[in-house]
Design a protein around this ligand. Structure first.
Ligand SMILES: CC(C)(COP(=O)(O)OP(=O)(O)OC[C@H]1O[C@@H](n2cnc3c(N)ncnc32)[C@H](O)[C@@H]1OP(=O)(O)O)[C@@H](O)C(=O)NCCC(=O)NCCS
Length: 158
């Protein structure tokens, strides 16, 4: 895998209990609706059907997070959520998290990673498309709790 220097400095690891405060704070600062609660994060940390990832770099131990869901009997994984700290954006954190989410999905024998994204979330859409995600199917109307619509994207994993 070829990594840009910016991405190479970012490491991605599995989230631990000690990340809970950072996970909840970033979630609350980032999303106005469809927020993952502390209890949900806690459950996902231990769950076989979820993988919570955390990006760090040098001495900054928490720069962002992504969550991948798996379903028994399905080879399609779902990137449920991704966020980087506002001050860390545009430096490769999101890219590293998506690459790690893909690697995790491959380890779980999934051949596809899919996701939903708000139709007006242009920065996320640009990032997904740059990384090879393709838009699938019709817009999902009122997909989010606040009534916003979603595009579906997916990428076939080699
Ligand atoms: C979407 C999101 C996760 C992207 O995270 P990020 O850390 O900014 O992602 P990256 O830095 O890897 O990529 C962002 C852009 O910076 C560019 N970039 C990466 N490293 C760079 C560097 N060192 N110098 C300049 N640009 C760089 C990338 O090429 C990318 O450009 P593009 O948008 O034209 O593709 C972030 O904006 C975010 O948390 N948004 C709020 C939450 C959200 O909307 N989540 C998605 C829906 S669930």
């Amino acid at each position: 895998m070829t990594l840009t220097p910016a991405t190479a400095a970012v490491r991605v690891r599995r989230a631990e209990l000690s990340d809970l405060d950072d996970l909840v704070a970033l979630e609350q600062a980032t999303f106005d609706s469809d927020q993952i609660s502390r209890a949900q994060f806690r459950r996902h940390l231990d769950s076989d059907s979820a993988r919570v990832l955390v990006a760090s770099a040098n001495r900054r131990r928490f720069l962002g997070t992504a969550m991948v869901f798996f379903r028994k009997g399905s080879r399609v994984a779902r990137l449920y959520s991704i966020a980087s700290l506002p001050q860390a954006r545009g430096k490769g954190v999101g890219t590293a998290l998506i690459e790690a989410a893909e690697a995790t999905a491959r380890q779980r024998h999934c051949h596809m990673l899919r996701l939903e994204v708000r139709t007006d979330n242009h920065s996320a859409i640009r990032l997904y498309e740059r990384l090879g995600y393709e838009r699938l199917g019709p817009v999902k109307k009122r997909f989010y709790e606040d009534g916003s619509d979603a595009f579906c994207y997916a990428k076939t994993l080699d």
